[in-house]
Design a protein around this ligand. Sequence first.
Ligand SMILES: C[S@@+](CC[C@H](N)C(=O)[O-])C[C@H]1O[C@@H](n2cnc3c(N)ncnc32)[C@H](O)[C@@H]1O
Length: 267
Amino acid sequence: MKDVDLFLKKLHYFDKKFKLIINQHNNHLKVEYLELCELIDNYSSFITNRDNEKHWNHLQQSIEIKALIENLRNNSSICIQIVEKYRALVLGLENEEITDYFRNIEDCIVKEFGDFHINSQSKILMVGSGAFPLTLLMVAERTGAEVFGIDIDDEAVRLGRHVVNILGRHLSIQIDKKTVGELTVIKQISHIIFSSTVSNKYAILDQLYDVTNKDVLIAMRYGNGLKSLFNYPMQKVDETRWHIVGEIIHPQSVFDVMLYQKIQSHI
Ligand SMILES: C[S@@+](CC[C@H](N)C(=O)[O-])C[C@H]1O[C@@H](n2cnc3c(N)ncnc32)[C@H](O)[C@@H]1O
């Protein structure tokens, strides 16, 4: 079998596994969480394996394969949500081992804003904070900044608050089920981080233009090429509104980060 065929076979394997887990979860059947964590770790290694980059480039992007890629992106993102919820629920109950996926994310968080440093006066917002809001906790702990998280999922908001109550009581972290337009603090926000698995992140970026202050810095997590199997890719932005001020590529990590700022009007 050719390498690219083996690569495709592996994609079908992950697709089947993700669908099975989502089906179990939706039907309230027992999900083997340790197996799910292992699956996500294997998928993360698969995405960051340089050999697979070559196979990805040789893949004929037929309609079927495009559909497979989209399914993998959407379903791996749902599986991350399931595993974050599990991790939040068992927090404090079990001597939980940190998985490679979360270790990988932690590495990215440290380098998120490149040279644009956050300090204790900064106000940070994360769009898609999740049930286990690792980014919020780490940023607040390391910088002393005021940190806000928003999420569209009620359960993720409830569990996110629960995790912050256990791990970050001493920190200034607030999580809400709100849109960017509903946040009263939005004009004072200095930095915004987008979770890479928010499918409409570029539409939200567009909305942010009118409601944020002129110096706001956006860290957009994304994944192109092979990494688009796990992340929503980068999109073109309105060049009269936003421009790229930096790019942080993490070869060993599941996503990369693009930094945007507003085009300053000189009228
Ligand atoms: C599971 S977390 C993943 C965090 C991960 N570290 C990352 O960067 O992708 C993603 C969260 O985004 C939330 N989400 C998806 N679309 C959203 C939106 N339009 N607005 C706010 N939250 C959203 C999901 O409910 C989920 O809890």
